[in-house]
Design a binder for this molecule. Structure first.
Ligand code: DP6
Length: 370
């Protein structure tokens, strides 16, 4: 597998001329994901320095609708939520340029995008993962329609994950339902640096639909953009050790998920979260993303675990805490969270989510312009 994956579009000598004067629309709902083993550091063109593993969520999603209209003057993205200068446009345009370089027909269209998130931008859930994956899915749908390609679901998903990766690395994992692995590892056949694959068939039922309660410590915008954080890893004194650690943690998480071993899983997932923050703190800029509330919540969670509740945490590159627990304990965990942890959160805010079925196509077809 290599960077010419999209060339399957060209091999069939597909004729799209008559479709270039039609308009198309596609709408998708795509969820965010939370990494259990973190992607932190890149190589090549948006390829991960190490494999990562995540859970695709359910409630935290982006709903996006893309209209492709034959371009009279200028092709490319025209508006996002009716705004021609929306700050998110450049990221989406990069993805579009990249896909259009292989599917030239897309350069004949102007794109109008409408998008909304079900969760606040800075909730500690990667809005770029859901937003970019939703856009990649819409774009591919439109490419398939323009080229009259029959949709093979597995191939379609692989291509969408491939395209989403170009926009944002973690977005490629959102295309996959449940547990998703991105990055080549000898432990999972078919795994790739270019797109994510699902690993649900090797996960113990105990971990199906794992719950994620997002404990809001702060809704302030992040002080370190992920892309800047990744590039710090290029000159980080611990980068070699990090790559070795992540590969070892992938192996251990895979076996814990397979065995239904929550003690083992908790240990590695928490180690990953703390390692991510340790890497961020020990990088050149010495950025501290945890807040006092983050540390307080971590202590409370560990105390609750000692008293028998199967809870463990992870962190994204921000101060909010993702509290994970098996679906079989959702009632008692929910009660504990509401009574003991919500009061420690900003405005008592907790977002309850869980692992889910992945993206959903809402509409795809020709758009009647009259
Ligand atoms: C800490 O996917 O946001 O959330 O590829 O530059 O867009 P770009 O980075 P991004 O990085 C996510 C980093 C992370 C860990 C993870 O989700 O694996």
């Amino acid at each position: 597998m290599n960077e010419t994956l999209f060339s399957i579009f060209r091999n069939d000598n597909l004729e799209a001329t008559e479709n270039l004067s039609k308009a198309f629309e596609s709408s998708w709902k795509s969820p965010s994901n939370i990494a259990l083993v973190k992607y932190w550091g890149k190589k090549g063109q948006q390829l991960p320095a190490n494999p990562s593993l995540s859970l695709t969520l359910t409630e935290a999603y982006t709903e996006t609708s893309v209209k492709a209209i034959p371009a009279d003057m200028k092709s490319g993205i025209k508006t996002l939520n009716k705004d021609p200068n929306h700050p998110f446009i450049p990221k989406l345009q990069t993805l579009l340029n990249w896909v259009s370089a292989e599917i030239h027909e897309l350069s004949a269209f102007a794109f109008e995008i409408e998008t909304r998130n079900t969760f606040p931008h800075s909730a500690g859930i990667a809005s770029s993962a859901s937003g970019i994956s939703a856009f990649a899915l819409c774009l591919l749908d439109i490419a398939y329609s323009v080229l009259n390609m029959p949709v093979d679901n597995d191939k379609f998903r692989q291509l969408a994950s491939f395209a989403a990766r170009i926009g944002s690395g973690s977005a490629c994992r959102s295309v996959v339902p449940g547990y998703s692995l991105w990055g080549e590892t000898g432990l999972v056949s078919g795994s790739s640096d270019y797109f994510a694959v699902e690993i649900n068939s090797s996960v113990h039922p105990y971990f199906t639909g794992l719950c994620d309660a997002i404990l809001m410590v702060s809704s302030e915008p992040k002080s370190l953009a992920s892309t800047a954080g990744h590039s710090q890893m290029n000159i980080h004194p611990y980068s070699k050790a990090r790559i070795a650690q992540a590969n070892q943690n992938i192996q251990n998480v895979l076996s814990a998920l397979q065995q239904g071993d929550i003690e083992k899983l908790s240990g590695i997932v928490e180690n990953e979260a703390l390692s991510l923050h340790a890497l961020i703190m020990s990088a050149e800029t010495g950025t501290i993303l945890m807040a006092p509330g983050t540390v307080e919540l971590i202590h409370q969670i560990r105390k609750a675990r000692q008293s028998g509740l199967p809870l463990f945490f992870t962190l994204d590159a921000g101060p909010n805490v993702h509290l994970l627990y098996p679906a079989s304990h959702s009632v008692e965990a929910g009660k504990y969270i509401n009574e003991n942890l919500a009061p420690l959160c900003e405005k008592n805010r907790v977002i309850f989510d869980h692992g889910g079925k992945g993206p959903e196509r809402l509409f795809s077809g020709v758009l009647n312009l009259c």
